[in-house]
Design a protein around this ligand. Structure first.
Ligand code: CMC
Length: 435
């Protein structure tokens, strides 16, 4: 917070004329906030904000979004610059430490991560407990939570060194666990990590290599994977990150907190949207069906929404979607896919929606998930893996927020209140006297 001149707002109860004053706190960028921490103790009122549309839940220095202008900054650096000039592990380090590393710091960080890429051999047995057709997100929720049963030396949240090791372990092991979930569903043997490869290359290698064939990572696909990971690395206080923070506020161990984040990410309104977009594009089939689907999306009586469109914060083009669209072209060109019907449908759908009054007035633009599924499918990932890849990348952000929260001297257990509208006090009636 800045030391700007002290401003306040005054709240008046119109019925009694009582007045209360609250301080305004200024951030370094973005809207200021009204500090309502003393609202209840001072006034006897709660603030009522379901969905937290107007509520700042914490102070953070990690990520800044200006939704009206379509700006996303990590530690001050624009997302497109990071996606085009950096690598995922460097972005993960930036999110954690606040600064881009020098060459020695970068080497040290990469070493710390890569020394943790393998998972405990016994953890591998968990996978055979799942059905082969289990959704890999279900597997991820289970195995990431299970890490807390294996790494007892990094679950003491009051020990800074243990917190650091847990952070390294989570960032290092999540691609290994994700690739194993993929291999398990395909009925193929697990592939161990290769520490001489980059984060993105290693992930592709663990997913697509098989013992019977030599496998060379395609540099264009590795480059695209790196970008996709960077674009998903963090996004301020979104639902899954807030879930991680809320879980952590009770003092839960890091592996349990990240498992909670994965569970939240799975929903179609959040990380599950990339899978839902592809299902939608496939169901549209041909371009002439687009007007019908747009009509359904606008219909108040229809629960259908245009997946990959709209965002709680962005009221402009999602800056991640722009990079994603360009990456989509690079991947399809590399793979020699000339006229991908899904890409054509997506582009036509975007064109029609962006000219439609409904979408213009509600400021609904394509979000990060709109093009990612097309790329991932072309790379060979099944739809069920799309959200898993999101979880791999977002672990970097979750861990950074988890650390930031634990270092916050104002940390308190998250405990929202409610507007109670249920029955008022009544006496218990024995069953034989009930009508
Ligand atoms: N298609 C049709 N109408 C929409 C859409 C859409 N995709 N998104 C929002 N609207 C309408 C909505 O019906 C509402 O209309 P009205 O004001 O008449 O009731 C208005 O726009 C505002 O929507 P909202 O649901 O109040 O906004 P929200 O901030 O609560 O929801 C959202 C944001 C992302 C959940 C929503 O836009 C949505 O469901 N989009 C589709 C799912 C999706 O693509 N999710 C990925 C989000 S980006 C990645 C991530 O965060 O994981």
């Amino acid at each position: 917070m800045t030391d700007a001149p002290h401003r306040t707002v005054t709240l008046t109860d119109d019925a009694t004329g009582k007045k209360w004053t609250f301080p305004i706190l200024d951030g370094s960028m973005g809207p200021s906030v009204i500090d309502t921490r003393k609202l209840y103790s001072g006034t006897d009122f709660f603030a009522h904000d379901p969905g937290f549309t107007s509520t700042s839940s914490c102070e953070s220095k990690i990520t800044f979004i200006d939704g009206d202008k379509g700006i996303l900054l990590h530690r001050g650096y624009p997302i497109d610059e990071l996606a085009n000039k950096s690598d995922f592990l460097e972005v993960a380090q930036l999110l954690q430490t606040g600064e881009l590393p020098n060459a020695a710091e970068k080497r040290e960080w990469n070493k710390n991560i890569t020394m943790h890429t393998m998972v405990h051999e016994q953890l591998i047995r968990f996978y055979s407990g799942f059905r082969r057709d289990a959704h890999p997100m279900a597997v991820m929720v289970g195995v990431v939570g299970a890490l807390s049963a294996f790494y007892h030396d990094s679950i003491d949240i009051n020990d800074a060194r243990q917190r650091e090791i847990a952070s390294h372990r989570l960032i290092a092991k999540i691609p290994t666990l994700a690739a194993m979930a993929f291999k398990y569903s395909a009925g193929q043997p697990f592939v161990y990590p290769q520490n001489h490869l980059t984060y993105a290359e290693n992930f592709l290698h663990m997913c697509f290599s098989v013992p019977a064939e030599p496998y060379k990572v395609n540099p264009v696909l590795a480059h695209a994977m790196n970008k996709i990971f960077i674009l998903h690395a963090d996004h301020e206080q979104n639902a899954s990150t807030s879930t991680v923070r809320l879980a952590s506020s009770s003092g839960a161990n890091p592996f349990a907190c990240i498992a909670a984040g994965i569970a939240c990410l799975w929903g179609p309104a959040h990380g599950g949207a990339n899978e839902a977009v592809l299902r939608m594009l496939m169901s549209i089939g041909s371009k002439d069906k687009i007007p019908e689907i747009v009509k359904r999306a606008k219909d108040k009586d229809d629960t259908f929404r245009l997946m990959g469109f709209g965002h709680r914060v962005y009221k402009n083009y999602d800056p991640r979607a722009k990079v994603m669209q360009q990456t989509c072209r690079e991947v399809l060109d590399e793979l020699g896919i000339k006229n991908d019907p899904l890409l054509e449908t997506a582009m036509e759908l975007e064109r029609i929606a962006l000219q439609d009054d409904y979408f213009i007035q509600k400021k609904l633009y394509p979000n990060v998930d709109f093009y990612s599924g097309i790329i991932l499918r072309a790379m060979g990932f099944p739809m069920s893996m799309f959200t898993v890849l999101f979880a791999v990348a977002r672990t970097a952000g979750w861990v950074a927020h988890w650390q930031e929260q634990l270092n916050d001297p104002e940390r308190k257990i998250g405990r929202p209140r409610q507007l109670y509208t249920g029955a008022t006090t009544r006496a218990f009636v024995p069953v034989e006297q009930r009508e």
